[in-house]
Design a protein around this ligand. Sequence first.
Ligand code: CP
Ligand code: NVA
Length: 305
Amino acid sequence: PSDPEPRHFLEIDDVSHEELLEILDRADDLKHAQQTGEPHEALDGQTLGMIFQKPSTRTRVSFETGMTQLGGHAVFLGADDIQLGRGEPLKDTSRTLSRYVDVVMARLFKHDNVEVLAANSSVPVVNGLTDDAHPCQTLADLLTIREQEGGFDDVSVAWIGDGNNVGQSFVIGAAMTDMDLTVATPEGYGIDDGVIDRAQELGGDPTITTDPVEAATDADIIYTDVWISMGQEDERDVRMEAFEGFQVCSDLLEHAPEASVMHCLPAHRGEEITDEVIESDRSIVFDQAENRLHAQKALLQWLLD
Ligand code: CP
Ligand code: NVA
């Protein structure tokens, strides 16, 4: 299977504003179809190859079950189980996979490497998380916010904690949907300047602060993620110190009486979020996790249309 110029999804702004809304609308339809038992096997006979250099629960299971529900099949390719782990170049891995599968999803460390995969692939490549970006998470986040708030107009979101991969893609997604975003991170752990520039070019105007209370005050959504991402385990001590005061806890929520709380999961209770908050009725983290399935089914169907 090959397409002369496949569309890839490496960053959330690889799709236009209109295309993003089209994918979210498809996700709504697919969610409804699944909930009502309506058949939706649009990818009958198609195969997704899934390369993982890092662990995963949500991404792996939502892509795999998503392909099954769409009538297709997914192949799990742990990086150490395939020849990539023994040094086969990524470009050869990509050219080979392209001859077998209809679409590839990859979770890799270096963002450059997912670009190498895409550059050498004749089928669409989807970023399932790199050190810099997690656009599939953003699709689910936007779907969840739209469900929760009834739209994106006048929605104010606070990203509190690390300016990491999940935060970076979300900043761009928030700009594309015209939400009002404040990002609060410790000095030195902010969103990359290049990402802020891209958000601004897309019409966003995120407020940047080092004060979590300023960000949280009167927000509709408070969103956080781990302080120590996969691959940063050696930085634990210095990060734990740097992020002191950035925990999403009940004291912080007092500044945002209406806010729902989001987290991409997995969460480290007692670090970036308290057990009390994640278990409270403010928390929409499992709706957010479920929406990975619906959003990615829509993305796969859209890419393979
Ligand atoms: N949120 C997310 O991507 O979770 P996993 O690491 O479990 O895939
Ligand atoms: N920022 C986290 C997200 C995990 C889904 C990480 O990269 O480990």
